[in-house]
Ligand binder design. Structure first.
Ligand SMILES: [Zn+2]
Length: 277
């Protein structure tokens, strides 16, 4: 059972007092030097915390005040983690890792970087949203793929898909745009007459890729690594594609989740016969 901390003469001393002082200072209640001695300034800080949280203002730190202090720190730690400033598992202690995370957060917001969650820091922290990628990791590579597409309508729709996915926090790599008949044949043979798994059911001329009317995509993380799961991310991007005028392969009986195509009302038979949008 933890002891009740309060002002005494001579003052109470210990690592528990130091923890308390760290928390109070970190939360913006000036407890003075973190020296492990429960002095007047520590008592004053405890009282302002208690008054701010509607507790009995007696300057004594018993079980209840302790739990309130730790809950408050945990809440801040969780939020720091959530908005991308890692401070480890929320433990309710205002240690050096938490202080560093607060400092980094403050710097990112142009605030004084003192590691103290004062009023303004707290407001900024809780109005912050998790970071979403602001830039497409594979922008130039994606542009290359997009530029293989048939016309400006599908090219600009493809760019919209990339941008709208980014807005929802999903960065994508376009792995394929136009695909030549030779490449289609090579892919079709894979898993049939050549080693590997079957990757397509379309022979040369039977895929919208062969006319520059389809793209394949895969979500990537902040380091550009491909993310083949969760499938829900493909659904999100597929639905964005649908809103941008594409058909999504995730709707088909033989699902092709990474694939969206813009048919312009033409079947592949018509395209093979030479018709174009
Ligand atoms: Zn495809």
């Amino acid at each position: 059972m933890a002891r009740v901390l309060l002002l005494k003469n001579p003052p109470m001393y210990g690592s528990d007092v130091k923890d308390l002082q760290r928390i109070l200072n970190g939360l913006g209640y000036n407890a003075g030097e973190e020296d492990g001695y429960f002095g007047k300034s520590t008592e004053k800080a405890v009282k302002s915390f208690q008054s701010g949280y509607g507790l009995v203002v007696d300057g004594e730190v018993g079980t209840y005040t302790w739990s309130k202090l730790k809950d408050e720190v945990k809440t801040i730690q969780s939020q720091l983690n959530k908005v991308g400033f890692n401070c480890g598992t929320p433990d309710g202690y205002f240690g050096s890792g938490t202080k560093r995370a607060v400092r980094n957060f403050q710097t990112s917001k142009g605030l004084t970087s003192n590691g103290i969650v004062d009023y303004v820091t707290r407001i900024k922290l809780f109005e912050s949203q998790p970071p979403s990628p602001s830039k497409n990791y594979y922008e130039s590579r994606n542009e290359k793929a997009i530029n293989t597409l048939y016309n400006s309508t599908i090219r600009s729709a493809a760019r919209s898909v990339v941008a709208k996915a980014l807005e929802q926090g999903i960065d994508i790599l376009i792995t394929c745009g136009f695909r030549s008949n030779e490449e289609q044949t090579r892919l079709y043979n894979q898993g049939r007459t050549t080693p590997g798994n079957i990757v397509t059911y379309a022979k040369a001329g039977e895929s919208y890729h062969n006319y520059g009317l389809a793209i394949d995509f895969v979500p990537v993380d902040e380091n550009g690594n491909t993310l083949w799961s969760p499938l829900s991310t493909f659904t999100t991007v597929g639905e964005i594609g649908e809103r941008c005028g594409f058909e999504w392969g995730g709707r088909w009986k033989r699902k092709d989740r990474p694939h969206i195509e813009m048919t312009f009302g033409l079947s592949t038979d018509e395209l093979q016969a030479g018709e174009r949008p």
